[in-house]
Write a protein that binds this ligand. Structure first.
Ligand code: TRP
Length: 333
């Protein structure tokens, strides 16, 4: 067990998760925890960088915890915990802030985008977000971090900070690598296949939420934008059909050519219905299991308690080392 590489990942409890989040991240965690020493976190502190309704944040935190478990994260095998339950995340952030430069943070693409989207709330935390993320990763001496394209730049900063600290104070942090899984199909909007599927899509028909029931899923696929012509093939001039084929393959495990063959000579209507059904078949049991788990908050609180205790042991080992290295006195115990 000890020679397994350590993998760290976190998701923000900021509301709706889409089919894209599921296929791109959550779905893989179940298998990754078999091969790696997995640490999975609900990044609740990160969500505070944009304004949250406290009651919604509480609800979303339980939702995401339950969803992790419903997707197959086994809380006995892996560590599953809330970021805010382990104070070391905030503490290491302070130390790393002292070796990080404002220019490194102000040029982050996500910071610039979020500053534009939340012009009335460009707070220090929004800028410091990547340093908190670096702390998440470095506290656990993670070897691997599965990240989507939008988080690559942040992981790069975590690596830079690890190297910078190690150079200045001596070997302390493992320098994490990005884990690039089996090329997760890029899931595009059902309403506009030139855009990534996103929960912030103003058009609700553009994305599938994990919370959509079977009827909603099928309805959205029926409305999905297709292309001119009638052939069901994956081709550059057919972004709508290509996206649907990608989704179909991702949920069924079929190859593209198998799928193309299956739908040869079929109409768009039949095809869209089949894709909708296949997606619902995958999502429905997860939603139901998540909702079942949500009935039992006591169980979820217990899982998070155990998770925090296990995470804390690892995190404070690292933090104590860091404090010592920079010259902070050890407190007498
Ligand atoms: N910022 C990540 C996201 O929004 C979530 C996250 C927080 C994370 N801490 C992390 C991801 C550490 C990987 C590692 O997707």
């Amino acid at each position: 067990m000890e020679d397994k590489k350590r993998l760290f990942s976190a998701i923000q409890p900021s509301g709706i998760l889409t089919l894209g989040n599921y296929l791109g991240a959550l779905r893989n965690f179940r298998l990754l925890q078999e091969d790696y020493d997995g640490i999975f976190s609900v990044a609740d502190l990160h969500t505070l960088t944009v304004r949250q309704e406290p009651a919604d944040l509480r609800k979303n935190t339980y939702e995401l915890t339950a969803l992790y478990i419903a997707c197959g994260i086994d809380p006995e095998r892996s560590v599953l915990f809330l970021q805010s339950h382990v104070a070391a995340h905030a503490e290491l952030t302070w130390i790393l802030n002292t070796i990080c430069y404002p220019g490194e943070l102000s040029r982050m693409t996500q910071f610039k985008e979020k500053s534009r989207a939340h012009e009335d709330n460009i707070n220090v935390g929004l800028m410091d977000y990547p340093v908190l993320m670096a702390s998440d990763i470095l506290l656990y001496q993670a070897d691997l971090v599965p990240v989507g394209a939008d988080q690559k730049q942040h992981l790069e900063l975590a690596r830079d900070l690890a190297v910078r600290f190690n150079n200045r104070f001596g070997e302390t942090f493992t320098v994490p690598e990005a884990y690039i899984g089996k090329t997760a199909a890029r899931i595009m909007s059902l309403a506009d296949p030139s855009k990534k599927m996103s929960k912030s899509d103003a058009n609700f028909n553009g994305f599938i939420s994990i919370d959509d029931d079977k009827d909603a899923v099928i309805r959205k696929f029926k409305r999905a934008v297709t292309d001119s012509g009638s052939e069901i093939v994956s081709r550059e001039d057919k972004p709508g059909i290509s996206n649907l084929l990608n989704i179909y393959c991702a949920v069924t495990g079929k190859t593209l050519s198998e799928a193309e063959k299956e739908f040869q000579g079929k109409g768009y209507g039949d095809f869209k219905l089949k894709v909708g059904e296949a997606v619902a078949e995958v999502i429905d049991p997860i939603r139901q299991e998540k909702n079942r788990l949500l009935q039992n908050k006591d169980y979820l609180d217990d899982v998070l308690k155990t998770g925090a205790e296990r995470a804390e042991r690892i995190a404070y080992k690292t933090l104590n080392k860091v404090y010592k290295k920079v010259g902070l006195l050890q407190r007498k115990r």
